[in-house]
Design a protein around this ligand. Structure first.
Ligand SMILES: [Zn+2]
Ligand SMILES: [Zn+2]
Ligand SMILES: [Zn+2]
Length: 367
């Protein structure tokens, strides 16, 4: 018996490996563009412009594509020749019957999936799970879809770090969990959220760094099935900031915060101790140019040392930033690998690049 690899075995190995990668979709595969999203981008349209429609098409395409994999293997094997299976040393009759059964099952899966998608597609997709889901909230699902699209286009939304199979998006009104075959939309006015548990993983056996995940139970009050979402604890604050509803958490659970979050707190503490910058009541500064949400509230004034001493410089810029954004800016200018040095360090003014330290940040107060 020779050990040269028959074409059938080589093909089988390659085919199932690629198929597995398509289904499990590891990040390396995603970044190489081997995803349904990039393969069928013309058919799917733009997620940014037309979020709901895009995902109706994406889930339908995924169902059909995945269901065609077994049949694709059969077709491929008829080209490379099923005689390659002789190595199994079972009778020709058994191989033949086995193949026949395989063929019927594969065709069955494929036809089942196409029928399902066709059923979804009838009457302008009204049977699709996404449309059924949106219809829980409004009779006019198309109008609702347009509202969701508009919220998705806003840059002010929470998006979970992309993972292999599912992702989480929180917009002004919606919590959206997207998976390969479905996308669930839950309106924030009709939901109860609670922290289920936290899970910790060591990044590597030799390091003390742990990654913590927070499991959140989502219990919609409309006729949805409850489901769970899992987010990194470092994303937790950002996630919560985008929510209109409380997340009920057992007080005994500790959710690790990031070093930059802890820093932001220390930064605020320091700035609140610094002298206030008194301005005339008539002075108008507008919103912070960082977040465009809060009013600009801080001014940089050299006050850590005398005029000609030290490295800090005077900044003549108008107040343009809120306290949080200035803190984040400051943190972003620091050596990310050694947060313990941040408090005593410098940053430069985002506009004029004057050096400043934490003692030079003053809250504006109008008389
Ligand atoms: Zn801001
Ligand atoms: Zn400046
Ligand atoms: Zn200074």
């Amino acid at each position: 018996m020779s050990w040269s690899i028959s074409p059938a075995i080589a093909f089988s190995f390659f085919y199932w490996l690629v198929s597995f990668c398509f289904i499990a979709s590891p990040t390396e595969f995603q970044s190489a563009g081997f995803t349904i999203q990039s393969l069928f981008s013309n058919l799917l349209g733009s997620e940014m412009l037309n979020f709901v429609d895009y995902h109706i098409r994406r889930t339908s395409t995924t169902v059909i594509f995945h269901a065609s994999i077994p049949l694709g293997y059969f077709i491929g094997m008829t080209f490379v020749g099923e005689s390659g299976l002789d190595f199994l040393e079972i009778s020709e009759w058994a191989i033949h019957t086995g193949w026949q059964i395989y063929f019927y099952v594969a065709v069955g899966i494929f036809l089942g999936a196409t029928t399902l998608v066709f059923y979804w597609y009838m009457n302008g997709w009204t049977n699709h799970p996404i449309v059924q889901n949106l219809s829980l909230y409004s009779q006019q699902w198309k109008e609702l879809a347009m509202a969701v699209n508009a919220e998705f286009r806003s840059i002010d939304k929470y998006t979970s770090s992309p993972s292999s199979s599912s992702s989480l998006i929180v917009t002004d009104n919606w919590i959206i969990k997207s998976g390969p075959y479905n996308v669930v939309f839950v309106h924030q006015d009709f939901v109860r959220l609670s922290v289920g548990k936290t899970e910790e993983y060591h990044v590597s056996p030799n390091s003390l760094t742990t990654v913590q995940y927070v499991r959140i139970n989502v219990q919609p009050t409309k006729k949805h099935k409850p489901f769970g979402i899992r987010i990194m604890s470092t994303d937790y604050t950002e996630f919560k900031a985008k929510l209109k509803v409380e997340v009920h958490a057992d007080p005994s659970l500790t959710i690790h915060r990031t070093s930059s979050e802890l820093f932001l707190e220390a930064f605020k503490d320091q700035v609140l101790k610094n002298p206030l910058h008194i301005v005339d009541r008539m002075e108008q500064y507008g919103n912070c140019i960082g977040c465009d949400q809060k009013p600009a509230s801080v001014k940089l004034i050299k006050q850590c040392a005398d005029e000609n001493e030290g490295d800090c410089e005077n900044c003549n810029c108008n107040p343009l930033w809120c306290l949080e954004c200035m803190g984040r800016w400051y943190a972003s200018r620091q050596d990310q690998s050694s947060p313990e040095t941040w408090l005593g360090s410098f940053a430069t003014c985002p506009m004029c690049r004057a050096h400043f330290c934490m003692l030079d940040v003053s809250i504006i107060q109008q008389t």
